[in-house]
Design a protein around this ligand. Structure first.
Ligand code: SF4
Ligand code: SF4
Length: 470
């Protein structure tokens, strides 16, 4: 049968050490530390309120992030956060290329961890290849079983950590120890364990190549001053094997050792130019620098650079001049544009957080009937009020209506019981019926504003509505 797709060759990245490998280890430790540790941070919000610093309380329909508490009505804050994250990513990409992909993307971080486990148990690149190509001996079965067992444990820890963000972490941990958790929590843990195991253990670079949409469109954020991984073609070519003591006259510095290829987690040869698969991890730089040190040539045959710098260097060399020192242009129209949008969205969000009210009021005018003419000749309009008390304390509110001179305002709680103030317990929504009575002052709609005055703080919440008269 005709083969529709080329079979993906398994990649066996070789161990490498150097500056960028160390950076990747540091990023992995910090990011995994944050992921696993964050649900355990506590933040005192007072009695009867969750004290988990970062907590998505699905049952209580609330999100907590340290001192910020987000109600479902404030979902625009999450939208703002997503916009900020997206523009932040565009900004970083326009400056540093695919630094996110190479150092911080969860797919990269977990794949790196899984490859480290594989290497720890089965050995480096050649040993792993030999093991895969060899028959199923007891040693192979043992090593493979141990590798997959550790992967599954990491997968379970990953899924286990995720559910802590949606439940009180210490309580959930106790439930986990006693295997006493709701089925929904178990199903999330199992789903995330298996997806981590599959994505980092098997799919690996194929997620970046074929699944991730960001890999496809991020070239739109690149320009000629974006940092990319570059092979100094003019210095490396013509390449060829080199023996100790051989002359470097008439040849390039690349000794065609393939070290840069075998360490690449994407399995590409950067000497063929920048490719869409390259995640800018810098491991080929470390590999080549090690080789250059061994053959006593300057480091940097492969390096981070920009297209503009490369072009200027080529131009100078062609003209027989000394190549200029490369420079980064951080401030460019594109980066300024992204920074401006980020600042704007950030300022809007900060303003929204600082100015958010403790009370929200929503007023709905009753439509049937729109008004009632009383036997006294006065006109009455009815309203439904929803009062959201976002504080952790019970509150009572007085009411005033601006734009009219009401003769009377009556507040009715559940069961149409008249009340002298609207009492709303902490963290809840109170529902009331309000009747506004006034002498006739003219036909049509009169705009009015409802003012709710918090009896304990004097703070005011407002909502616009209207009063209808015949
Ligand atoms: S590691 Fe450096 S010297 Fe070796 S093949 Fe790659 S570019 Fe050439
Ligand atoms: S070519 Fe180099 S920077 Fe690009 S993915 Fe491979 S090792 Fe990383």
């Amino acid at each position: 049968m005709a083969q529709l797709f080329e079979k993906a060759e398994k990649i066996y990245p070789r161990r490498v050490s150097g500056t960028f490998r160390n950076l990747k280890w540091a990023a992995m430790i910090v990011l995994l530390g944050i992921y696993y540790g964050a649900p355990w941070l506590r933040y005192d919000r007072g009695p009867h309120v969750p004290n988990q610093a970062i907590f998505v309380d699905l049952a209580g329909q609330r999100g907590y992030f340290f001192g910020i508490e987000i109600w479902p009505q404030e979902v625009y804050l999450l939208v703002g956060l997503l916009i900020l994250a997206a523009i932040g990513l565009f900004f970083a990409t326009s400056l540093l290329g695919r630094a996110w992909c190479g150092y911080a993307c969860p797919q990269t971080v977990w794949t790196d961890l899984f490859v480290w486990v594989e290497r720890f148990v089965q050995g480096d690149r050649n040993a792993r290849k030999r093991l895969d190509d060899g028959p199923w001996t007891l040693e192979k079965i043992g090593k493979k079983t141990l590798t997959h067992a550790i992967w599954l444990v990491i997968g379970a820890l990953t899924g286990g950590a995720w559910v802590f963000y949606f439940n009180d972490a210490p309580t959930l941990a106790e439930g986990l120890v006693h295997l006493d958790l709701p089925a929904s929590v178990w199903s999330w843990i199992v789903a995330l364990t298996l997806s981590t195991y599959f994505m980092a253990g098997f799919a690996r670079e194929n997620i970046c190549k074929y699944v991730c949409p960001y890999a496809r469109f991020q070239s739109a954020m690149f320009d000629r001053d974006t940092l990319i991984i570059s092979y100094a073609h003019e210095r490396g070519e013509p390449r060829g094997k080199h023996k100790r003591g051989d002359s470097w006259e008439g040849r390039g510095h690349c000794i065609d050792c393939d070290s840069c290829v075998v360490v690449c987690p994407m399995g590409i040869d950067i000497r063929n130019g920048l490719q869409f698969d390259c995640i800018s991890c810098g491991l080929c730089i470390d590999a080549c620098n090690t080789v250059m040190e061994k053959v006593m040539l300057p480091r940097g045959l492969i390096h981070y650079d920009t297209e503009n710098n490369q072009e200027q260097r080529f131009g100078a060399l062609r003209a027989g001049q000394l190549p200029p020192k490369g420079r980064m242009r951080w401030i460019r129209p594109r980066t300024v544009f992204y920074a401006a949008i980020m600042s704007l969205v950030g300022a809007l969000m900060l303003g929204a957080i600082l100015l958010r009210s403790e009370t929200d009021v929503n007023v709905i005018h009753n439509r049937s009937p729109q008004y009632v003419r009383l036997s006294s000749g006065d006109i009455r309009n009815n309203y439904q009020l929803k009062v959201l008390n976002k504080t952790h304390f019970d509150r009572s509110y007085d009411i005033a209506v601006d734009g009219l001179r009401p003769k009377n305002i009556e507040m009715l709680a559940a069961g149409d019981v008249k009340v002298s103030a609207m009492a709303v317990p902490a963290n809840t929504v109170g529902e009331f019926r309000v009747q506004v009575i006034t002498a006739p002052v003219g036909a049509g709609r009169t705009p009015v504003t409802f003012r709710l005055i918090d009896r304990s703080t004097g703070k005011v919440a407002k909502h616009a509505s209207y009063f209808v008269q015949p």
